[in-house]
Design a protein. Structure first.
Length: 282
């Protein structure tokens, strides 16, 4: 309300990652599922860290007036403002720059949340980080609660998550730097990315392809540290005609819906053929 504009933070789907839930609770962030509100056509919606039309963005009642994102994406002409900066490592950096441009001091809560988001998006400043992201870190550091930030960043998984790590270590298929794994019993979508980062930390691994069947949807997560390949491009080429997906050079996500008869062997074979073909392409 600092600019006398009433606003609320809404989300769709399910809050799955324990560290995100703890951050919201610890910082007392007033965020609610969109069904908590009676949205009308007169409401105005700003989409942050996503783009209108993406498979992971719900088309809510109201008018989308702005998109703030750091993914390579397209938006429709009926959105008044698009601020899409794929060269940035995190949406937190974009929001932090808004504070600076408006000469506003972020609250302890805002600074802490933005700093956590910045660290998460860049995998603790090792993935896709830029000078702009580091400038945002410098700007936020003095205002954030470092004890809370460090606690949230360090404690990333729960005991119940260890079963998925066990499955990954037992079932991965390795071929010339590429790892493929299919989890037929499912896996929380957010945890897939954590598992991908874990596998990518192995010295021999450079590209990770994880698939998890969650009901009739197959969620996909790619991780990449090869400089001559783009996880986002590979995802888009792979999933064309089957579902939707995208992301960044280093990481990408996607999903295949209405998958009654998944074929992981065919997916694995296709990726082993596709990835080498897309070397040095953007």
């Amino acid at each position: 309300m600092q600019l006398n504009i009433q606003s609320e933070i809404l989300y769709d789907g399910e809050l799955q990652r324990d560290s995100l839930i703890r951050m919201i609770s610890t910082l007392n962030i007033p965020v609610y599922h969109w069904k908590h509100y009676n949205l009308t056509e007169n409401d105005r919606i700003i989409i942050v860290d996503g783009c209108k039309g993406n498979s992971n963005v719900e088309d809510l009642t109201g008018r989308e007036i702005a998109v703030i994102d750091h993914h390579k994406s397209r938006t429709t002409d009926d959105v008044c403002l698009t601020d899409i900066r794929p060269e940035y490592g995190s949406c937190s950096t974009i929001i932090t720059e808004y504070y600076r441009e408006l000469n506003l001091t972020p609250s302890r809560t805002a600074a802490s949340a933005l700093l956590i988001g910045l660290a998460r998006d860049t995998d603790l400043y090792t993935r896709g980080v830029t000078e702009m992201d580091l400038a945002a870190f410098h700007q936020l550091f003095g205002y954030a609660d470092q004890a809370i930030v460090n606690d949230i960043l360090r404690n990333n998984i729960q005991l119940s998550d260890l079963q998925y790590f066990h499955t990954i270590t037992e079932e991965i298929k390795y071929n010339k730097g590429i790892v493929f794994c299919y989890l037929p019993e499912g896996c929380p979508q957010n945890l897939l990315g954590i598992l991908g980062d874990f596998v990518l930390s192995l010295n021999e691994v450079h590209f990770v392809c994880l698939f998890a069947r969650n009901n009739e949807t197959v969620n996909i997560s790619f991780r990449n540290n090869w400089p001559n390949y783009s996880a986002s491009l590979i995802m888009k080429k792979f999933i064309a005609g089957m579902g939707r997906g995208g992301g960044h050079k280093e990481m990408a996500g996607g999903q295949i819906e209405n998958t009654i008869n998944p074929d992981p062997e065919a997916w694995h074979k296709r990726l082993l053929q596709l990835i080498p073909e897309l070397k040095n392409q953007e």
